[in-house]
Each structure stands twice: as C-alpha cells, then as structure tokens.
Design a protein around this ligand. Structure first.
Ligand SMILES: O=C(O)c1ccccc1NCC(=O)[C@H](O)[C@H](O)COP(=O)(O)O
Length: 394
C-alpha cells in the first residue's frame, strides 16, 4: 500500500506567501523555494540596524541569500500558522513567537508580533518542546526510513470495533485504560511502573483498548512502551497518547504498533485535523479527536468523517477537572448531531467512581478514558472493577 500522502492544501490566508512546500507544515519534510522567489517578501539584501538606529543595507552572497530566505520563510510560516490557528480560536501557539530574523525586511506589522518567549500554559510548553523534539527525531529518522519500518510493523487492529463490541457486551461505557506513569498535574502517579505488567492487568480486568503515553518529558512515557506492550501479545488495541503536531509522528506511532492516535483540537487547526485523519485512514489507524469546549466541539463537528470524539474534562491550561464539561458539550443540538452521525463520544479525565461513570454515561458517552484512578491501584485490573462497581471482564 502506498501510504504516504503529499500535502497540497495550505491555509488560504490572503497574505500567505506562495511556497512550493512548507517545512513546518504537517508531513512536509523538505522546503523547496525558488532561488529567486517572486514572493513579496523576497530578500535581496541584508538589513542591519546600526547603533544610531539607522539601517545599513549590505549586499549578500547567493549562498547566504538562500540561507536567509529559508530562515525568513520558516519564520513567516510560523507566524502564519499561529495566525491561522488564532483565527479558529486556538490559543496554543505552535512555537515561541521569536522576533523576525535580523535580515527580515517584510511588513513591519510582523516584526511587532513578538510577545516574549514564555509559554502561556503547560499545554503550550509541551507543544513548543514537542516541536523541537520532533524536528530532531525527523532528522534522525526521515519519513523514507519510517516507510521501510512500517513494512515490519504488526498490522493495525480495529480500535473502534473493539470499543463498540465492549459497550454492546457490558451495556456500560467501554474502557480505554491508560498506561500512565506521571503527569504534569499529578507528578509521579505510580512508582513501580512496568508498562507491560499494567497493560496485561488492564486486559484481564476487562479494558477494551489501552491508551499508552508516549511523551517522555512530561509524562515519563515512551514510544518503546507502545512497542513493548504490542510485542508482549496484549490483544487490546493501542492508542498512542502523544501530542501530535506533525504527521511524521503518526507514521512513527504506526511503526511502533499503535492502532489509534490522538489529535487535540486545542492544538491543531482544522486543516491539520482533516489532513491527519486522512493519513490515519490510509494507515488503518483510528483517530480520537479531543475537544475541551463548545468552540472546539463545533469545529470538529464541521469536519467530515470523524468517528471518535473525546471530551476532556481536564482543562489543559489550568488542570482543573470538571466532569460536567462532558454533559454540557453533549446537550442540545450538538448531542443530536453526534447521535445522528453515529459518532462515538469518549469521556476523558477525572473519573474515579461508579457514580462518575454513571454520570458521563447518562450524558451520552459510550466510552471512557481513565488513567489515574486505575493505574495507581496495586492491581490495576482490580482497580477497573472498583471504578465500575463490578467486574466488567465477564
Ligand atoms: O494529566 C495531565 O496532567 C495532563 C496535563 C496536560 C495535558 C494533558 C494531560 N493529561 C492527558 C489526559 O487527558 C489524561 O491522561 C487522560 O484523560 C486520563 O486522565 P485521568 O483519568 O484523570 O488520569
């Protein structure tokens, strides 16, 4: 199967310079710019500011000219990504708003958009870190290498099918049990952390699918944990719980044996979600698209072909958990639309008791994603029975 897609669509912002490929656009690994770009921002000279504030313009060589244009184009693309995202109500910026490169001679307004380099919240910090991490990983393992590795990956399993079957079997929300060692809000949740042992206990306890944290820095997870669980013969399909900002990560997840990935609407503009869900379809992966509020829910409902929507009760900016978020987002027309389209809703975060499960089920969820309350039990399998108030493995 030819699983690689080339990215065609670029957000149509009137001021967007016309590039052949954009390096920072999802899935694009090479930047190809005409050497004498007709872009309105084409740079023909290096502009430096002298001590007295006057500008000096020095001619630059062909080589440094193309290096400079590359740096400037990347910066411009970053600015436009933030601009497109902001126009959709996305507050998370993809990377720090560094000032324009010194030699930038583009519109003045862009040079003014530097708000400082401090992330505004934990999600933004994670995303900025991820941006650097993924760029480095991509250099070590380009897409062509992932394509080869994918040939040896175990086949993708039916994540959505497993959830539907479990819900039908028990009449309760199907469980995606999270293999989670630590989190920014809780610190270390489980000291003696053996991902395979936990995965086996979850499977035995009746979980339909597992969610495995891949992020190392903030959650002490890893892609290797996904691989180890898959290779250990655990049958529950696996969600790669990662902060995806680049299509490269989806291919990487597949090479490690993932069956599903997470797309966070608070981070990804609509076009990225559309593009990434298409890639998932090609690779046989399910996409769980996560929302936190009405605005994100409406954006996601505006995208065709979404099968799984996760409502996160945790505000990823403040860490506050409120299960009534699930209820609020499923009320009225939104709930009707979701029902008509047969979209499966996953209630996520902050679920600790049978009452919590009953509350979100009543609100309309058919699946729950649970980490802390079960992973911290000595036997996480028994933790599942405690959470549901009964043994759901039977
Ligand atoms: O859990 C966090 O502290 C966190 C912080 C920032 C971004 C994401 C975060 N968690 C991811 C999740 O959504 C949860 O791991 C998942 O829903 C399970 O939640 P819980 O049952 O409350 O452990």
């Amino acid at each position: 199967m030819e699983a690689f897609v080339s990215f065609q669509a670029i957000p149509s912002v009137s001021r967007l310079p016309k590039f052949s490929f954009l390096k920072s656009t999802p899935g694009i690994s090479s930047l190809s710019l005409p050497s004498h770009s007709s872009s309105p921002f084409a740079i023909r000279a290096q502009q430096m500011e002298s001590k007295d504030g006057s500008a000096t313009v020095t001619p630059i060589s062909e080589d440094s000219e193309s290096e400079n244009s590359l740096e400037i184009k990347e910066w411009e693309v970053g600015m436009f990504q933030n601009e497109v995202a902001a126009s959709q109500g996305i507050r998370i910026r993809r990377r720090p708003p560094t000032g324009a490169p010194l030699h930038y001679v583009g519109p003045f307004e862009f040079r003014l958009q530097n708000e400082g380099n401090t992330p505004r919240n934990i999600l933004e910090e994670i995303v900025w870190h991820k941006d650097t991490e993924v760029s480095q990983l991509k250099e070590r393992k380009p897409l062509s290498a992932l394509k080869k590795a994918m040939e040896n990956a175990p086949p993708a399993r039916d994540f959505v099918g497993a959830l539907k079957a479990a819900h039908l079997r028990t009449g309760l929300p199907a469980l995606i049990a999270e293999v989670k060692k630590a989190s920014p809000s809780r610190g270390v949740i489980r000291e003696n952390f053996d991902p395979v042992e936990i995965a086996r206990a979850y499977e035995k306890g009746g979980a339909a699918c597992l969610s495995v944290l891949a992020d190392e820095k903030y959650f002490q997870g890893s892609f290797e944990n996904i691989e180890a669980i898959r290779n250990a013969g655990v049958k529950c399909p696996l969600l790669c719980k990662e902060f995806i900002i680049d299509a490269w990560q989806i291919y990487y997840a597949r090479t490690k044996g993932a069956d599903a990935i997470l797309l966070i609407a608070a981070v990804l503009p609509d076009l990225d979600i559309k593009y990434m869900t298409k890639i998932c379809k090609l690779l046989g992966l399910a996409a769980l698209v996560e929302v936190h509020d009405e605005r994100e829910m409406d954006r996601v409902l505006g995208i065709e072909g979404i099968e799984l929507i996760g409502i996160n009760n945790r505000n990823l900016e403040t860490f506050e958990v409120d299960t009534s978020n699930t209820k609020r987002l499923l009320e009225g027309k939104r709930g009707d639309l979701i029902h008509e389209r047969g979209i499966i809703v996953v209630g996520e975060s902050g679920l600790f008791t049978p009452d919590d499960i009953a509350y979100v089920q009543e609100a309309g969820v058919k699946v729950v994603l649970v980490g802390e309350s079960i992973v911290k039990q000595e036997d996480p399998g028994k933790g599942i029975a405690k959470l549901f108030g009964k043994d759901i493995s039977l």
